[in-house]
Design a protein around this ligand. Structure first.
Ligand code: HEC
Length: 167
């Protein structure tokens, strides 16, 4: 014969589990997951480029469907690590401002935020890998802000061993 002695506690436990799951789900919808590309974008990029990626006219360029966001990954990684200053043109509009460096972010964080940028805001480009960020960082070392005219042509991801041969 079966033992039904714990029958009364059953529904109570089910209800408790449902309430807990519900509150976790509500917590998740209010903010993007910590460490995700979306969260890093909101924290470090959205102040200037805005949550919708449209930027602010005459001050901060859009990252929506731009050549920089979808183009060469080496250039994009350098831009985020070292920042940029000087005149550029984005979608037919001229900008001449300063993007602050973000070299304090880890290779994983840079990869996550750039992959997020390249796959959202109407962008449709391949992911940026932490290893690619690490290779650019190793080859470039500790350098200051890029002038826009220099960074525009700094394309490509260095080979893994290139830092050893760089003087
Ligand atoms: C302090 C404001 C500021 C922050 C923060 C900032 N940017 Fe920028 N960003 C700029 C400015 C200004 C430029 C243009 C620089 C120039 O005029 O030479 C730019 C240029 C760019 C470009 C190239 C042009 C374009 O719009 O396609 C990309 C891509 C970009 N930023 C991505 C990012 C990402 C990703 C982050 C976060 C990790 C970030 N930016 C954080 C201000 C900022």
């Amino acid at each position: 014969m079966k033992d039904f002695s714990n029958r009364a506690t059953g529904p109570g436990i089910v209800l408790m589990v449902m309430l807990m799951a519900g509150s976790i789900a509500i917590g998740c919808t209010s903010a993007p997951a910590p460490g995700s590309g979306a969260e890093i974008y909101t924290r470090y990029c959205a102040t200037c480029h805005q949550g919708d990626g449209n930027g602010i006219e005459n001050a901060f360029p859009p990252i929506r469907e731009t050549e920089w966001a979808n183009g060469d990954k080496g250039r994009l990684i350098r831009l985020v690590l070292y920042g940029m200053q000087g005149p550029i043109e984005v979608k037919g509009q001229s900008y001449n401002n300063v993007m602050t460096p973000h070299g304090f972010l880890t290779d994983e964080q840079v990869a996550a935020v750039l992959t997020y940028v390249r796959t959202n805001f109407g962008n449709d480009s391949d992911a940026v890998l932490a290893d690619e960020v690490a290779r650019v960082r190793a080859a470039e070392g500790d350098r200051g802000l890029y002038r826009s005219e220099r960074l525009t042509n700094r394309i490509g991801i260095p080979q893994p061993d290139s830092s050893a041969t760089t003087p």
